[in-house]
Design a protein around this ligand. Structure first.
Ligand code: PEP
Ligand code: MN
Length: 336
């Protein structure tokens, strides 16, 4: 159950609410206070069967009270029927607004990053990606430039005006990433790092939450719920391929996640075809499929010299191939 207080409810009235609800429930229920934009609301869990929605909604301070069947409440379409639209420096994602994020897997040098930023912008990207902290399978692989990478990203933003998307790998470096990033990415391997999700809930920056390698859609939406319940409703979901029995591609792009998330949630969902397939030649067809399925955008790896990339060269598009992808994605969007 969710109980939404009216905007401007005095703090002392908000503070009295949990006890009232627990008393009315006649049993131990958990009442959790969430700040949702300018409103306070409560999520209730446990046996709420004795609570009468009409009685609760009769309080002059309560805007609405509703029962939500799903375990994810604030992320659910039942809670908010309208699509969430997230705005970053004038660029919108969700509710019919599509955004293309492009750039290298990792920040390698100022020259590489600023050059690529200008190129992807001229080809139609509206946001720039690049990892300064890289989650690598091998401890011997390039781990990212760290803070220096963040500074380079800021230079690329300065040079092009493109907002930057970069990953926060842990709570320890979250503050630093938050200082530089316009959108903070939580990677697939960290989708259920609950301390990180709670920290993201305290941020005032949008969070790009990638689906875990083996996460069900319910687990994915529950991870988003952690961020929203922590006070940050600006969550963008990203389908990036999941583990299946097939290993021809790096992962298997779950296209069905796009319409499924659209049914279940109001949050925007974008698709990462690069990590889904791991092969540059398959990125464009998967990008087209994602947009045709209703994705709110794409995140694409682009590198000026993929054969020399320090990370994920095999799935990186050369800028001219990215230009071709943009042209065909535009055709799909126009057809729709
Ligand atoms: C990335 O976007 O660079 C990345 C590491 O993605 P994922 O977490 O989806 O593997
Ligand atoms: Mn990558």
């Amino acid at each position: 159950m969710v109980v939404v207080m009216r905007p401007g409810t005095p703090a002392e009235e908000v503070a009295k609410m949990p006890e009232r609800l627990i008393r009315a429930a006649q049993t131990e229920i958990t009442v959790n206070l969430v700040q949702w934009a300018d409103q306070a609301l409560f999520t209730l869990s446990g046996d709420t069967s004795r609570l009468d929605l009409e009685v609760i909604a009769a309080s002059p301070y309560v805007e609405r009270a509703l029962r939500i069947q799903q375990p994810y409440k604030l992320a659910s379409r039942a809670f908010q029927p309208a699509d969430t639209v997230i705005e970053i420096s004038g660029c919108k994602i969700g509710g019919g607004h599509k955004a293309i994020i492009a750039g290298p897997c990792s920040v390698e040098s100022a020259e590489q990053m600023i050059g690529l930023a200008g190129l992807v912008k001229s080809l139609g990207a509206s946001l720039l990606r690049g990892g300064a902290y890289k989650p690598r399978t091998s401890p011997y692989s390039f781990q990212g430039l760290g803070e220096e990478g963040l500074k380079i990203l800021a230079m690329a933003r300065e040079a092009t005006g493109l907002p930057i998307v970069t990953e926060a790998m842990g709570v320890e470096t979250f503050d630093l990433v938050e200082e530089y990033a316009d959108i903070i990415q939580i990677g697939a391997r960290n989708m259920q790092n609950f301390f990180l999700l709670k920290r993201a809930g305290k941020s005032n920056k949008p969070i790009l939450l990638k689906r875990g390698l083996s996460a069900t859609l319910e687990e994915f939406l529950m991870a988003a719920e952690y961020i929203i319940a922590g006070g940050n409703s600006q969550v963008i979901l990203c389908e990036r391929g999941i583990r299946t029995f097939d290993n021809y591609t790096r992962n298997t792009l779950d296209i069905s996640a796009v319409p499924a998330v659209k049914e279940l949630s109001h949050l925007p969902i974008i698709v990462d075809p690069s990590h889904a397939c791991g092969r540059w030649s398959m990125v464009e067809p998967l990008a087209k499929a994602a947009m045709a399925a209703g994705a709110d955008g794409l995140i694409i790896e682009v590198h000026h010299q993929p054969e020399r990339a320090l990370c994920d060269g095999a799935q990186s598009l050369r800028p001219e191939k990215f230009g071709q992808l943009m042209a065909s994605v535009r055709k799909i969007m126009a057809a729709m």
